[in-house]
Design a protein around this ligand. Structure first.
Ligand SMILES: Cc1cc2nc3c(=O)[nH]c(=O)nc-3n(C[C@H](O)[C@H](O)[C@H](O)COP(=O)(O)OP(=O)(O)OC[C@H]3O[C@@H](n4cnc5c(N)ncnc54)[C@H](O)[C@@H]3O)c2cc1C
Length: 327
């Protein structure tokens, strides 16, 4: 069985940052990633622009040079591939971690879709982008309902309902509208989300005010059928409108079942925050750490690349304090 000091689950920006920190600390490591390198970013909308400026997305003190202050998805993919080339991290792609068990000798045995590994420490950096928050309404299983949005061209000349008013929903509404879709937004609250990028907000507010994009505020979707949807309006009325596609960009959540399966406790409130010491990032299991956006549980807006890059160094510092022996 292959043996490493540190096994990292997830090859996103923070998993890579942990690999770099391990390498710099002289520890052997392996990163197991179930998809491609920075798989979540790869699955973001093709035209997406980060809200962070490029230097805030840097890891391993490697400059992220872009012509515009805020990079686009394609530039981020180039950048993180470049980082991987520079550090030659031990990344295995398209290899999903299925389970992690701590044995009596204190070592972890990690079972993946391809192999088994032994390690002294494990870092879970699995993000939150694989599990969409479901609406649990009639018709959600129809193929015209999408929880991920990629490219606007596909929706040209179609009647599109966009659920929610987060950054993702607003970007999708504006992009598809500009490619000729007839867009209706269905928004639970009475306003556009407060975290919507400041330079995008006037655009969506003006499109709604002029009526080019229709918005139902204080409303929710009740049912989806192949050619129409039912909307519950604040007046208590149910309105039925013709519809071709539903973009249900209702957010995502970490894989809680996986976290529980490997023994990490979740908070008992709605946030389901996985137990960890914020000074060390160690979970309720000694030697098992959390890093990146997964730390926030259902509060997926708490952590992002910008503010969780530091988790890698915090963890490595703690591992050094605990002492380690290369197995
Ligand atoms: C549209 C959008 C725009 C954003 N813009 C910004 C921004 O401007 N600035 C910013 O700082 N943040 C931004 N974020 C948030 C940021 O992208 C995430 O916080 C970031 O990806 C977190 O990195 P991570 O490594 O923790 O998780 P991820 O990037 O999600 O990486 C986790 C990885 O783990 C893998 N994985 C999951 N389970 C397993 C398993 N069992 N076995 C193996 N691999 C597994 C996944 O495939 C994934 O590649 C944005 C997010 C979205 C959705």
């Amino acid at each position: 069985m292959e043996t490493f000091d540190i096994l990292i689950i997830g090859g996103g920006p923070i998993g890579l940052a942990c690999g770099i920190a391990a390498k710099q600390a002289g520890l052997s490591h392996i990163i197991l990633e179930k998809g491609c390198l920075v798989n979540s970013l790869y699955n973001y909308p093709v035209n997406m622009t980060f809200f962070s400026t490029s230097e805030k997305l840097e890891i391993g003190e490697t400059p992220f040079v872009t012509t515009n202050p805020k990079p686009k998805r394609a530039e981020a993919l180039e950048y993180y591939r470049r980082v991987q080339d520079k550090f030659s991290l031990n990344v295995r792609l398209f290899e999903e971690v299925l389970n992690v068990e701590k044995k009596e000798d204190g070592q972890f045995i990690t079972k993946s879709s391809k192999s088994e590994y032994r390690s002294r420490f494990v870092i879970v950096a699995t993000g939150f982008y694989d599990k969409p928050n479901l609406m649990n309404i009639e018709g959600e299983e129809l193929s015209k309902v999408r929880h991920y949005y990629d490219d606007p061209h596909y929706y040209a000349y179609q009647k599109v309902v966009v659920i929610g008013s987060s950054n993702s929903s607003v970007d999708a509404a504006l992009e598809t509208f500009r490619k000729g879709a007839e867009v209706t937004m269905v928004i639970r609250r009475d306003t556009i989300g407060e975290r919507v990028k400041y330079w995008v907000r006037p655009d969506i507010e003006n499109r709604i005010a002029e009526g080019s994009i229709k918005a139902y505020f204080n409303s929710c979707l009740l049912a989806i059928r192949p050619n129409e949807v039912d909307i519950q309006t604040p007046e208590g009325r149910v309105e039925t409108i013709a519809n071709d596609f539903v973009l249900a960009l209702t957010g995502y959540q970490p894989d809680f079942a996986f976290l529980e399966k490997i023994g990490i406790q979740l908070s008992s409130d709605d946030s389901l925050i996985p137990a960890h010491n914020t000074d060390t990032m160690e979970t309720n299991i000694s030697g098992l750490y959390l890093a990146g956006v997964v730390c926030g549980g259902m509060n997926t807006h708490l952590w992002f690349i910008e503010n969780s890059r530091i988790h890698a160094d915090i963890i490595m510092k703690h591992i050094k304090i605990k002492g380690f022996a290369t197995a």
